[in-house]
Design a binder for this molecule. Structure first.
Ligand code: ADP
Ligand code: MG
Length: 284
């Protein structure tokens, strides 16, 4: 299962070698949560690069990207297809390794971790919501929501149990707990995926095109739920999307083009975001 692999299986790309370490001095000039920072960051990348292939087949999926994701915010990462959004998300989530630069989750430098440590980090500190929902078909709704705990070999504490109960109610899943994914609509499946992503109260939830398989009304419901998780529970969320409507739910929007960060702006309407995307594409 893909979702199991997010939490369980070693990503093959990890064996491709570690990025070169930069000098300690360079790192200390901008530590996470430095007093000069406008607001604390939950994750950041510095001078991130990712290249695929070599020679004439060489593709720079990411080229010198430095960003911080602010704690408690709902951040959208936008850009045309092939701009490097998924590559950036996979590196920030510890699913793939950079070929240059460094990545941190909180104070943990994930680009320096080995496979086993990354697997544990993903289980305990990161949540995932995907376009294809990625629920385990043989598990019911309850089993899917509890999967991160199951894979971590533990049961939720009483406090965690209360939190999960609250999520189940607020996501409208109470009467679906014994249903399996194929018995649910797309919108319901994505709500289960959101409950699973929020269940462990991760440092950061990554959502990759979470509305891509939903009709527009159901998609807007899912976006409103993600936005509420950030506003009401202070959940940090990084959402990759190419959809201006989806990005209009975010507090902040980062734009990628050809593997580079080209714009970092606050909340905007779908119309404003569309206009910016069009201008960006015609300038390219
Ligand atoms: P996005 O998510 O914005 O559509 P991606 O991060 O998936 O973009 O891809 C960025 C670039 O890297 C694209 O040119 C893509 O073709 C290339 N790429 C992504 N993954 C691989 C891979 N495994 N091997 C070779 N090229 C890749
Ligand atoms: Mg993608």
């Amino acid at each position: 299962m893909i979702i199991r692999s997010m939490y369980e299986i070693r990503p093959a790309a990890r064996s491709a070698g570690r990025p070169p370490l930069r000098s300690v001095g360079a790192m200390q000039s901008t530590p996470p949560g430095a007093p000069s920072a406008p607001s604390p960051v939950v994750a950041r990348v510095e001078a991130l690069a990712k290249t695929y292939g070599s020679g004439t087949g060489r593709v720079a999926a990411l080229d010198d990207v430095s960003i911080g994701i602010r704690r408690g915010q709902f951040t959208a990462i936008m850009g045309p297809s092939g701009s490097g959004k998924s590559t950036l998300m996979h590196i920030m989530a510890g699913l793939d390794s950079p070929t240059g630069g460094r990545a941190w989750l909180g104070d943990t430098e994930i680009s320096a971790l080995g496979d086993t440590e990354l697997t544990v980090l993903r289980r305990r500190r990161v949540g995932f919501v995907f376009q294809a929902f990625n629920l385990v078909p043989t598990l019911d709704v309850s089993g899917n929501i509890l999967l991160p705990f199951e894979l971590d070999g533990r049961r939720p504490s009483a406090e965690e149990r209360a939190w999960i109960d609250r999520l189940i109610d607020s996501l409208g899943l109470r009467d679906r707990l014994r249903h399996r994914p194929h018995q649910l609509s797309g919108g319901q499946q994505q709500r289960v995926a959101i409950a699973r992503a929020l269940a462990t109260r991760p440092d950061l939830v990554f959502a990759d095109e979470p509305t891509g398989n939903l009709d527009s009304r159901t998609g807007r419901e899912v976006l409103a739920l993600l936005s509420a998780a950030s506003q009401e529970y202070g959940q940090s969320i990084a959402m990759v999307t190419h959809d201006p409507v989806a990005a209009s739910y975010a507090d902040r929007i980062l734009f990628l083009a050809d593997g580079r960060l080209v714009e970092d702006r606050g909340r905007a309407t779908a119309e404003q975001i569309s206009a910016f995307m069009l201008a960006m594409e015609s300038a390219a």
